[in-house]
Design a protein around this ligand. Structure first.
Ligand code: FMN
Length: 325
């Protein structure tokens, strides 16, 4: 998620920390200034009314360039670094980045150990992996390589690269890696509901979880999971009651518009981002979003067009959101 969406989800609450979208490191070491533009939270910039601690994720294949950029990220204010070994994009793979590295656990070891050696020991360095390039059995060597390189924790997206984003994840190999390695494992993939979460927890034995598309589809899912676990400590800044999935989504979209409006470069930016958001959400569950709302969003030319019409769909009122202090 980008900085705007992270700002919205920080206000929604229910999350411990966020990870930036990947910052690609290919030709040279990126400067602290470049990284700060992509991940403004690390410099103390607050786009909304609160921030989530945010890990800077780097993607590349050259250990020295990644280590140099990780150091620049720390200079900019990053308090944790994540390394991407999961991106399935053909362009990224052509440049031997992301999930291409799953084919050579030795390169994962070299990258993680080089970054780990170069950044201060108080800065955690984690790795985001998939189960393998082709076969879920590959995960054992991959995870071991990252752990041997000194990764403080691993996020495992429980699919292979060959599976891309096809529905269906494999929790069993995640459980086996968790039992074998002595570092925390964060389970990731297809957690769209409290039921999906329960199944993941039971089948992996994990204590840490990452939500991607589930948090777009149901922004209050983090709260629902905390409620289930009896660990709810923090109220949402956006809604004091437990909203339905539709109310939660509308609240988050409305807040996105408010936060993005002063920053948008052109009037089409906000509707195009919301259309992208809904496209990702719709791929999983069509029924809960009323057709009339989809029409409003698809026809909107500006963020205000959408904001003005949201109220009719869930009783949401933008006046409920207190202005920023
Ligand atoms: C549009 C999109 C962009 C993504 N960008 C990143 C990224 O920059 N870094 C990353 O580690 N994962 C990225 N992912 C993968 C997610 O982090 C996550 O591993 C994957 O979507 C499975 O989890 P989910 O089912 O909870 O979404 C992206 C996924 C999507 C759909």
């Amino acid at each position: 998620m980008d900085a705007l969406l992270r700002a919205v989800l920080a206000e929604v609450g229910g999350f411990d920390f966020a990870v930036s979208e990947f910052v690609r490191v290919s030709q040279g070491v990126l400067s602290a200034a470049t990284i700060s533009k992509r991940v403004p939270e690390i410099t103390g910039v607050c786009l909304g009314r609160t921030v989530l601690p945010t890990q800077v994720q780097l993607l590349g294949s050259n250990p020295d360039l990644l280590a140099g950029t990780a150091l620049e990220a720390c200079a900019a204010g990053a308090r944790a670094i994540d390394l991407n070994f999961g991106c399935p994009s053909p362009t990224v793979i052509r440049h031997r980045g992301g999930s291409a590295l799953l084919k050579t656990p030795r390169s994962i070891f070299e990258i993680v150990s080089c970054v780990r050696r170069n950044v201060p020991s108080v800065i955690p360095v984690s790795a985001k992996i998939r189960l393998g390039f082709q076969n879920p059995e590959e995960v054992f060597d991959i995870a071991q390589a990252a752990a041997d390189g000194g990764a403080d924790w691993l996020v495992i997206h429980a699919r292979t690269r060959a599976e891309f984003y096809r529905p269906g994840v494999h929790w069993e190999p995640v459980r086996q890696v968790k039992e074998k390695l002595g570092i925390p494992i964060i389970a990731n993939g297809d957690i769209f509901s409290v039921q999906d979460f329960e199944r993941c927890r039971k089948e992996t034995g994990c204590e840490h979880f990452m939500l991607g598309r589930g948090a777009l589809l149901d922004p209050f899912l983090g709260h629902r999971i905390l409620d289930l676990l009896g660990r709810q400590k923090q109220k949402s800044l956006l809604n004091q009651k437990s909203p339905s999935q539709l109310e939660g989504l509308i609240t988050a979209i409305a807040r996105f518009i408010e936060i993005a409006e002063p920053l948008a470069q052109n009037s089409g930016f906000i509707p195009s981002r919301i259309k992208q958001w809904i496209r990702i959400s719709r791929a999983f569950e069509l029924e809960f979003i009323p057709r009339a709302l989809l029409t409003v969003i698809s026809r909107a030319k500006t963020g205000q067009d959408i904001l003005e019409q949201l109220e009719q769909f869930s009783g949401f009122s933008s006046a409920e959101i207190p202005p920023r202090a």
